[in-house]
Write a protein that binds this ligand. Structure first.
Ligand code: URA
Length: 438
């Protein structure tokens, strides 16, 4: 046993730009988990890391310590290979909802622990909870059983998984230390690797609607995620995808579930399906369920064509207490009282759809959160949203607003009228898929 590592000494070493040892990083994470470091010491350390950065070796040690601050789910009883995906989040990103059952229908189990929406990005758990009865709060034992039984389970983070991240993320949120690649990398991977997946595909978004708008920074994060996860024994790839306009045509919790059901029925929006197939192919390849991307694509298409993915989705909904009939009858999902079209001001082509402005309109409608405890309205949002490059006629709808409040509907309409630009020139949307990091 070495000399005790006092918080102030470890903080000072990082402050002065030294590379911290595995033991020093473990002491910091232990301090966050058992409360032996005060919040001001944890916060000082986070700021020192933010300002000084971390070497790849430090990031790996820190991630391992975060992962082992809690339980790592043992899914060895699951017979199939296991794969998961993580998205850094965007506007209208509902891909997990239909991708997970598609991959599960191809014989690869998907144990997925997801988060809630905060700020401008939506959260998979909030979307699923718009399905009447759906329970995202399963115990780890229930989660393990369901992955073994149907090859698919989608839940929220439990208290046992990566508790250090829970503590440190809350502090980062209020100390200006969120936007730091080593901290983000450890935060994401400690939760994802605790869920018991064998391989991981990360969708790292860049562009105006992304958590990390600059492509170079998104690439840096993708590289760190891949490098650290691989060093920890989890084969991982990252795909960079653009978030320069919302994904799909629906934004808002129940409306996105409805669009995911469309995807499972084989008529999802082209951009949403492009991202879905790109990620799904990598999941099947990494899990060893396909030898080539073309073969993986065929399997995924087949899962849609023969209804197997849709049935997996139903099995998951029912296993988690939800009403599976939403698949045939999406009108069972919560619906807003007011529908208000946003009319095009002119004939022309859609030049731009600003994803942040669209997200702010959904927030104004009550469909998102401004703090972690805020309630959301699952029914509200935007549907039938036009895409960049599409032709439009004067007076035709550019989008439909779903609201439960007159004043909010009117404000959201004005916000969308500014967010969607119509003009004469024929514009090409920017490419959706960037490079893959493996
Ligand atoms: N998502 C996470 O889980 N953690 C971060 O630090 C940032 C995004």
């Amino acid at each position: 046993m070495g000399a005790p590592l006092f918080p102030q000494h470890v903080i000072a070493r990082k402050r002065d730009g030294h590379e911290l040892s595995r033991d020093e990083l473990a002491a910091f994470v232990r301090g966050a988990t058992d409360g032996s470091w005060a919040d001001y010491q944890l916060s000082a350390m986070l700021m020192a890391i933010f300002l000084r950065g971390m070497t790849p070796q430090e990031t790996a040690h820190y991630t391992a310590a975060m992962l082992h601050s809690g339980v790592v789910a043992d899914l060895s009883s699951v017979k199939q290979p296991r794969a998961d995906k993580h998205s850094t989040g965007g506007v209208g990103d509902k891909v997990s909802l239909h991708l997970a059952p598609m991959v599960a229908a191809c014989g690869v189990a998907v144990p997925m622990i997801s988060g809630r929406g905060l700020g401008h990005t939506g959260g998979t758990l909030d979307k699923l909870e718009s399905i009447p009865g759906f329970n995202v709060n399963l115990s780890l034992a229930q989660y393990r059983r369901q992955v073994a039984d149907i090859g698919l389970c989608l839940i929220g983070q439990t208290a046992e998984l990566a508790p250090a991240d829970r503590k440190l993320y809350a502090l980062r949120d209020v100390t200006g230390t969120v936007e730091c690649i080593p901290l983000i990398c450890a935060s994401i991977l400690s939760k994802k690797l605790a869920e018991g997946t064998q391989v991981l595909v990360a969708d790292v978004k860049y562009g105006r609607g992304a958590f990390m708008p600059e492509k170079a920074r998104a690439r840096e994060l993708a590289t760190a995620l891949v490098r650290v996860a691989q060093a920890m024994g989890t084969p991982t790839r990252a795909v960079l995808t653009s978030m320069e306009q919302p994904l799909g045509r629906a934004i808002g919790n129940a409306l996105e579930v409805r669009e995911s059901i469309d995807c499972l029925q084989g008529h999802g929006p082209a951009d949403t399906m492009e991202v879905t197939f790109a990620l799904g192919e990598q999941m099947l390849l990494l899990a060893g369920a396909a030898k080539t991307a073309a073969e993986a694509r065929r399997q995924l298409e087949q899962s849609l064509g023969n209804g197997a993915a849709r049935e997996k989705f139903r099995a998951m909904i029912q296993a988690q207490g939800g009403n599976g009939a939403v698949i045939e009858n999406p009108d069972l999902l919560p619906q807003a009282r007011i529908r208000r079209p946003v009319a095009s001001p002119a004939n022309g082509f859609v030049q731009d759809v600003d994803p942040m402005a669209v997200a702010m309109a959904v927030l104004r409608l009550g469909g998102g959160r401004t703090n972690a405890e805020a309630a959301i309205d699952p029914a509200v949002g935007i549907s039938d949203l036009v895409k960049v490059g599409e032709p439009v006629e004067a007076g035709a709808p550019l989008a439909v607003i779903h609201a439960n409040d007159e004043a909010a509907a009117e404000e959201a309409r004005a916000m969308l009228a500014r967010a969607i630009v119509v003009g004469d020139s024929l514009v090409e949307p920017s490419a959706l898929l960037g490079e893959m990091i493996s």
